[in-house]
Design a protein around this ligand. Structure first.
Ligand code: PEP
Ligand code: MG
Length: 761
């Protein structure tokens, strides 16, 4: 069939209805109340492609394509999409779609019912990346003609340049990827949320329900902290609940658009779900779990007191070994002995067995959930860091490698303990507090609870602020997590991790005549971030390679030995000496831009003089990238020199200046940021550092240049409030801090408004 109602679709129909369509059909057939709808099947897409004769044309264009010639790729994608959009749809096909829509209108008894139109890929077992650009969802579509047009838009999205590039890169045949389109009645939810049919962190047989006001997007996207309810599935008794301050909601406006708006004051702290609705939901959860014979992660909505289920998928994160009864004996941390102290570098509690790593070849001993204890982490340790529940280091300050990566991975971490590798015993059980920088003896149950609390905090990213709140990304694989915070873009994409994980020194690629390989590695890494965030801006920071960090790489043997690498050959000064690396970075960015990733900006690290900026811009021009015209081009303000002469950089021309306070602080205070012996002397709140920050922001504001911050100080709410008052344009925080920073920004903005209003009286 070309158009199939949900009632006639089951989970076996993934090939024709796509993953989403098959899932909705399966639920409908099981008698679960799903908003009604139909699927324009993959066969219809095929029929359109073949009957119109465009299939051959499109495959011809694709077969001759050289995806590394990015201009050609972009042009071909545009050409194909134009063919799909401009080719008349044969009447029988559009009739099928129109009839499907009319039948839906008839069924719900509404003329021109509002629908959501979503693409539903037919090979969802393929990596998600291969469908980049095809996840289009169009809400509030009305009228049969519009429905036909939006279905066609979903078809065309199969040929975005990014999608073609991914399929080619991953050797998926274009001819084997199909697309189905789901057309479903919009439910104007008054309240909505998610329900796990068992507790996803403990496996307990308790329904965990989260709910908030308005459409479900607010909860699903993490834009709001929802109410949380735990219901015993045997007795339907509400075991526990917490009522959150729900600040934002999504609503359908009269224009048909969906918009994030503030929750009315009287609803913010009001309980969303009364007991009767919790029971109804729990009963529904039991039915769905029984149907699938597995715990489910579902989405629900209430409209006019009627419950609708919008989605159901298996819970994939269940830990089989999680406690059956889920009970935890709370422990007073004050009563427990602290065995090691350091700096809290990544918040959260973790507990596990100590595994001390002296050498890289010992990493295998780290099993899922162990606590890694080491002198200092290196990029080769990242896979083992991911398996660890917590990380403890002897060395380092709060901007060292272990700290930055742990924060990005969301793993609690204590750095700069001085002696953890000596004091802690192999295989002993410990609990660490990554906020306070403490390590306790024994595996304390409290860790689990605190961690959940921590995760809830991370999921919050409410409120619209004028000052943009962005995220820092050091590992491209963490981009999705950063995006999920609701960040307005990436204010710092670090390059070092990309290079360090390649195992080869970038200069070795160049010396061996393998520039192409270097460009490819850069593209593959950068794309992971710019694709997830598209069209939100991502500022790519060119390589800042301190010699001591690059020495272990293949080709790193020739790195010079420096007495103080932090003051040495790194940042733009090094790249201007090894200009081929900078060129390769610019070439990678140019290619990505040509593939449609116009959301990249370039940021130059460790700028000391405007001449460096001038030279970097010339090099960009040499590879065909036009700073300011093609691409935003800015500097990091990380040296007192740059802060004190920012106007000279502005004169040479910058689109933005971003405060790198990790370096700015160490250079202003003469405190090595990686040296735990002087960590107590390191503070971004020293008046000298604050003066340099203030000067930079004010001079930028006077000149109409965007100012930003991407150092660790930008993750500290109290500092951020001051920066907003001074007039900073954007703040880029660590993923785990985005929500708190957004609150701080909103508070500061509201304070300014209030003060202004009072003055006007
Ligand atoms: C900084 O110096 O503040 C910064 C963000 O850069 P990095 O931490 O990578 O040196
Ligand atoms: Mg820096």
């Amino acid at each position: 069939m070309y158009v199939e109602r949900f009632e006639n679709i089951s989970k076996e129909d993934v090939g024709s209805a796509g993953g989403k369509g098959a899932n909705l059909g399966e639920l409908t057939q099981a008698g679960i109340p799903v908003p009604p709808g139909f699927v324009v099947t993959a066969e219809t897409y095929n029929k359109f492609m073949t009957e119109t004769g465009i299939y051959g044309n499109i495959m011809d264009i694709l077969s001759g394509i050289n995806i590394n010639n990015t201009k050609e790729l972009q042009d071909s994608a545009e050409k194909i999409k134009r063919i799909i959009i401009e080719t008349p749809i044969p009447e029988d096909i559009s009739t099928f779609i129109i009839e499907g829509y009319n039948a839906l209108c008839h069924k719900v008894g509404v003329e021109d019912v509002l629908v959501a139109i979503r693409s539903s890929a037919t090979a969802e077992d393929l990596p998600e990346a291969s469908f980049a650009g095809q996840q289009d969802t169009f809400l509030n579509i009305q009228g049969s003609e519009s429905v036909v047009e939006y279905v066609r838009k979903c078809w065309a999205s199969l040929f975005e340049a990014r999608a073609i590039f991914y399929r080619e890169e991953n050797n998926f045949e274009h001819s084997k990827v199909y697309i189905a389109v789901v057309v479903q009645e919009m439910v104007e939810a008054e309240k909505a949320g998610v329900m796990f049919t068992v507790n996803p962190s403990t496996g307990e047989d308790v329904a965990l329900i989260e709910g908030s006001w308005g459409l479900g997007e607010a909860v699903v996207s993490g834009s709001v902290t929802p109410d949380t309810y735990y219901v015993d599935k045997k007795t339907n008794e509400v075991l526990d609940f917490s009522i959150a301050d729900k600040k934002v909601m999504f609503e359908k406006l009269a224009s048909g658009e969906t918009k994030q708006v503030d929750v009315p004051d009287e609803l913010r702290k009001r309980r969303v779900l009364p007991e009767s609705e919790l029971i109804e939901l729990t009963e529904m959860g039991k039915r769905i779990q029984k149907h699938y014979n597995a715990p489910q992660d579902t989405e629900w909505a209430f409209h006019d007191n009627t419950l609708y289920m919008l989605q159901s998928r298996p819970i994939t994160t269940l830990d089989e070994t999680a406690g059956e009864n889920g009970e935890s004996d709370s422990v007073n941390l004050e009563d427990i002995e602290v065995i090691v102290k350091g700096l809290g570098a990544s918040p959260g509690m973790a507990a596990g067995s100590v595994k001390i790593i002296h050498k890289i070849d010992e990493l295998d001993k780290i099993q899922e959930g162990d606590v890694m204890v080491t002198k200092m982490t290196t990029p080769d340790m990242v896979p083992a860091m991911k398996r660890s529940s917590g990380i403890i280091t002897d060395e380092g300050g709060i901007t060292c490698h272990a700290a930055i990566i742990s924060r990005e991975l969301g793993i609690p971490c204590v750095v700069g303990t001085g002696n953890a590798t000596e004091v802690l015993k192999e295989n002993s059980k410990v609990t660490l507090d990554g906020k306070k920088g403490l390590v306790f003896e024994g595996e304390l149950k409290i860790a689990e609870e605190k961690q959940t609390e921590q995760n809830n905090v991370q999921a919050t990213a409410p409120i619209i602020t004028v000052t943009e709140v962005k995220a820092n990304v050091s590992m491209p694989e963490a981009a999705k997590k950063a995006f999920a915070t609701g960040a307005d873009g990436v204010g710092l994409l670090r390059t070092e991790h990309m290079m360090l994980t390649s195992g080869v020194h970038p200069i070795k690629f160049i010396e061996d005549g393998r520039e192409d390989e270097l460009i490819k590695i850069l593209m593959e890494n950068i794309i992971k971030v710019v694709d997830v965030f598209y069209p939100k801006p991502v500022w790519y920071r060119t390589l800042d390679a301190p010699t001591d960090e690059f020495v272990t790489l293949q080709g790193g043997e020739d790195e010079p030995h420096e007495h103080n690498p932090m003051l040495g050959w790194r940042g733009i000064r090094r790249e201007l000496d090894q200009v081929e690396i900078l060129k390769a970075e610019f070439k990678a960015i140019k290619k990505l831009r040509e593939q449609g990733y116009t959301n990249i900006g370039i940021m130059i690290p460790l700028s000391q003089s405007p001449d460096e900026l001038k030279r970097a811009k010339e090099i960009a021009e040499e590879v065909g990238l036009k700073p300011h015209k093609d691409i935003d081009f800015g500097i990091m303000v990380e040296t007192p020199a740059a802060a004190l002469t920012i106007e000279d950089f502005i004169e040479v021309g910058i689109d933005f200046a971003s405060l790198g306070t990790n370096d700015l602080t160490q250079y202003t205070l003469a405190v090595d940021r990686n040296n735990e012996l002087v960590a107590k002397n390191y503070t971004e709140e020293h008046p000298a550092v604050l003066k340099l920050i203030e000067r930079t922001i004010r001079k930028c504001a006077e000149a109409g240049v965007t100012s930003s911050i991407c150092g660790q100080a930008g993750s500290k709410p109290n500092i951020v409030e001051k920066l907003v008052e001074i007039g900073i344009s954007s703040v880029s925080a660590n993923t785990d801090a985005v929500a708190d920073v957004r609150h701080a920004v909103a508070r500061a903005e509201q304070k300014l408004l209030l003060e202004a209003a009072r003055k006007m009286k």
